[in-house]
Design a protein around this ligand. Sequence first.
Ligand SMILES: C[S@@+](CC[C@H](N)C(=O)[O-])C[C@H]1O[C@@H](n2cnc3c(N)ncnc32)[C@H](O)[C@@H]1O
Length: 225
Amino acid sequence: MIPINRRLDKVSEFVQGEVLADIGSDHAFLPIYCIQNGTIQRAIAGEVIKGPYQSALTNVTTHGYQQQIDVRLGNGLTILQPTDHVDTVTICGMGGPLITRILTEGISYIPNQPRLVLQSNIQSEPIRRFLQQHGYRITTETLVKERAHIYEIIVADPGKMQLSDKDFKFGPYLHPEQNALFVEKWERELEALADIKQQLDPEKHHHRYREIETQENDIKEVLSQ
Ligand SMILES: C[S@@+](CC[C@H](N)C(=O)[O-])C[C@H]1O[C@@H](n2cnc3c(N)ncnc32)[C@H](O)[C@@H]1O
């Protein structure tokens, strides 16, 4: 078995069906792992940058999976074709805004509405807004800690949902549950905001200062529930 980190191992738990498209697949670790443990039959590994694309290609060849994993060079979901019959798309290890951009630019390439497993490093709010506007419903959310980082994993399937602003920001499954990782993540965010605030002059940077205070209050309110 290819060694895989805890974050991608957790992502792999949500992969379903026969065909996986892993977008931003620099080493193709996730597709190789999912083939090896029998989760999927075939995969497409997409990469936009040549160096990581070459690493993915080398890894797939080294492990002898050229028949099962097609490594493609190109932007986001635009590498996909209807004949690929993708069941799950994974987009991992990026910020929420970049994941959202990849989805926005490429949604027409996944008309069959595969399951989406989206693992963001920061700022998941735009992802949730995109999902609601494009016929997806969040079916699971989870947090995973690896070394010093706490990552969010959002799983979405075709359907409707109606989220509140609080849900968009904190996660419709994550904030009602408030597990230890959730509390740790948002307490850290509070510390980061306090650091930023300290460097601002409340008079001179009035607007930004107020913005941060609003964010702090939102987080405190959620954590106190
Ligand atoms: C930080 S790495 C994460 C790799 C792997 N998915 C993981 O979670 O460990 C992000 C990768 O996404 C690729 N990437 C960024 N934007 C992309 C896009 N629009 N289309 C395809 N790949 C992209 C980057 O080149 C990089 O290799």
